[in-house]
Design a protein around this ligand. Structure first.
Ligand SMILES: [Zn+2]
Ligand SMILES: [Zn+2]
Length: 185
């Protein structure tokens, strides 16, 4: 599952196509839509902000920049939804199929087309790179009780404390009589 496709972010690069080393500044907002990664869904809380530039590098044009995004997701421990802010480096290479033949196989590229670039794929890839595998609303999130389901961030539940039989101190306990244990407290 990929969620909803991100809306296109089109940039006209006609001004730099004719001359190497010329560039266009990029400062734009785009809605990242709904991103699904593994079992986790990330919904946009606000348009993502992209800042960078597109340079004519001769054999193609290169997008470099940074994207910041605010996404709503569920905490993997307490299951409450929360807003996550992330930022990521954006990179994109746009060229023609004949020039792309000279690129290493692992180099991703997109067609330069008619001089209108759609930056959304590069931006979505950049955001996906930073999506946490198991999002946490706070590093110290206490999670939920596995027995009654209570949110332990809101206080302890009524479940009795776990007393596992045969734990690491079970043998030690047997070495003291009741009175010895009390005198150590
Ligand atoms: Zn949490
Ligand atoms: Zn409980």
């Amino acid at each position: 599952m990929r969620g909803e496709p991100m809306e296109p972010l089109k940039v006209d690069i006609a001004d730099i196509l004719g001359e190497r080393a010329t560039q266009i500044e990029v400062d734009a907002f785009v809605d990242p839509g709904v991103l699904v990664s593994g079992d986790t869904t990330f919904t946009s809380a606000a348009p993502a902000h992209v800042v960078g530039h597109i340079i004519n590098a001769g054999d193609g044009v290169i997008l470099t920049g940074t994207v910041t995004a605010r996404l709503i997701t569920d905490c993997s421990r307490c299951l409450e939804s929360f807003e996550l802010e992330l930022s990521s480096d954006v990179e994109g290479l746009y060229t023609t199929p004949d020039k792309a033949e000279e690129l290493p196989d692992e180099q991703e590229w997109e067609p330069i087309g008619d001089g209108i670039l759609d930056l959304s794929r590069a931006i979505e890839s950049a955001i996906r790179l930073e999506l946490p595998f198991a999002p946490l609303h706070a590093k110290e999130c206490a999670g939920i009780c596995t027995r009654c389901g209570a949110n332990l961030n809101e206080g302890t539940c009524a479940c009795p404390e776990e007393t596992p039989e045969g734990g690491p101190f079970a043998a030690l306990k047997g070495m003291f009589s009741e009175s010895d244990v009390e005198s150590h407290e």
